[in-house]
Design a protein around this ligand. Structure first.
Ligand code: IFM
Length: 411
């Protein structure tokens, strides 16, 4: 079977987010909800990455990573309105410099779900001044980190945040079924992004600014059934096409977070009949496989989604892809199959510039707590030791050879 190659300069690494790994992130709305018992588990010390980032980056480097995505914790940087904490800014500057020293390209997310409590209390993304306040933070950060960072991601997964915070009630402000607020929040996030985009480019004209978009591949379960086709069309519209249309004109690249496909059929399932429900049965000739979180494993969906998104005419970066599992063979296979899907799209002309595994470490998976294991490295939550998993070694091999075998996709 032929090998598929990643070109020179292709970014290969892993991703994390501040609240999920740093530990002791006391100033944000998630921490507050955790303290109020609104989450089944508390993030606590998480992975102690705030203290251990040098060790973690050394590991990433020794396992062949040349890129790393992480997020800045806004509540550390601006603990009260307009007051910026130099120690926190200094810390993140050291983080970036350490990555640069190791020849790892930093990819910086400015906002990954958590909000400073003062911002949340002022109405969060639904407040009239949200974009302005976000802009003030971005301006400050960009002046501090400036040219050390080339790739900026303004906001992470707007649709996912709106769903969990305003429709399902899992995340602060824990509203349920508030569809109007969810739509308004996505519009507000797009406004905040546009402002950040302008600020970043003013400070650093050659910056590459994008968002990380959660991009499930939506397919009708029974393609001949017009009702399935209709709900799949609607779901793709809500999850992919409409939100992307809001951001499209202010993007230098698109970050693609891909985990699964949504195989949908007509029927009642919470949001039906507009968006249908997930197909609960076997499908096609090969058995369906699922992660520990019940997400279908479908590398072909990544390949096809990259082709679909290529129509936007932007460079694409896979800013998250990974699996929560305790089955290490499955994790290795998932990695190989998805990297092969990326390489295949690349070979066919899709402009993919990088691939980042979610996540470097096992970490705090929001309202699911610490049980889901996404890491290339296992985190021991008692000693805070990191242990490489087989997938970390396989990742290092692929990164070293810059190639992956096409056959591995077919397993
Ligand atoms: O852990 C999350 C991350 O914060 C955002 N994207 C999906 C991941 C897995 O659920």
């Amino acid at each position: 079977m032929p090998d598929l190659h990643f070109p020179q300069g292709f970014l290969l690494g892993a991703a994390t987010a501040a609240h999920q790994v740093e530990g002791d992130n006391r100033g944000n709305d998630f921490w507050r909800s955790e303290m109020l018992g609104l989450f089944p588990e508390r993030s606590g010390e998480a992975c102690r990455h705030y203290a251990l980032f040098r060790e973690d980056f050394a590991l990433a480097r020794s396992f062949g990573h040349n890129a790393h995505r992480f997020s800045l914790e806004w509540s550390r940087i601006e603990p009260s309105p307009g007051r910026f904490d130099d120690a926190a800014l200094h810390h993140y500057r050291e983080v970036v410099e350490e990555l640069r020293r190791l020849a790892i390209e930093p990819i910086v997310t400015l906002q990954h779900f958590t909000l400073p409590v003062w911002f949340a209390d002022a109405g969060g993304w639904l407040a009239p001044r949200a974009a302005e306040l976000f802009g003030r933070y971005v301006q400050h950060v960009a002046s501090w980190l400036g040219p050390r960072v080339r790739f900026w991601i303004t906001v992470n997964e707007p649709t996912v945040w709106a769903k969990h915070a305003l429709v399902l009630g899992h995340w602060p402000p824990h509203r349920r079924h508030d569809w109007r607020a969810a739509a308004r929040a996505i519009l507000a996030l797009a406004r905040a992004h546009r402002r950040a985009y302008a600020i970043l480019h003013r400070i650093q004209p050659d910056a590459w600014v994008g968002i990380a978009h959660s991009a499930p591949f939506v397919e009708p379960a029974r393609p001949r059934d017009p009702r399935d086709r209709w709900v799949a069309w609607m779901r793709d519209l809500a999850l992919n096409r409409l939100p992307l249309a809001l951001f499209r004109r202010h993007l230098d690249f698109l970050g693609v977070n891909y985990y699964t496909r949504a195989l949908v059929c007509w029927g009642w399932g919470g949001t039906a009949p507009l968006f249908g429900r997930d197909w609960p049965y076997p499908h096609g000739s090969t058995p369906r496989r699922f992660s520990d979180l019940g997400w279908e494993i479908h590398p072909e969906g990544l390949y096809r989604q990259l082709h679909r998104l290529a129509r936007l005419g932007l460079p694409l970066m896979v800013t998250e892809n990974g699996i929560a599992t305790r089955d290490e063979l499955l994790r290795v296979r998932f990695l190989e199959e998805h990297l092969a899907a990326v390489a295949r799209a690349l070979a066919e002309g899709v402009p993919v510039i990088g691939y980042l595994w979610w996540s470097l470490l096992d970490n705090f998976e929001w309202h699911c707590g610490f049980a889901p294991r996404f890491g290339l490295f296992e985190t021991d939550y008692v000693t805070f030791a990191r242990h490489p998993r087989p997938a970390a070694f396989r990742f290092a091999e692929i990164a070293g050879q810059r190639s992956v075998t096409a056959a591995s996709e077919a397993h």
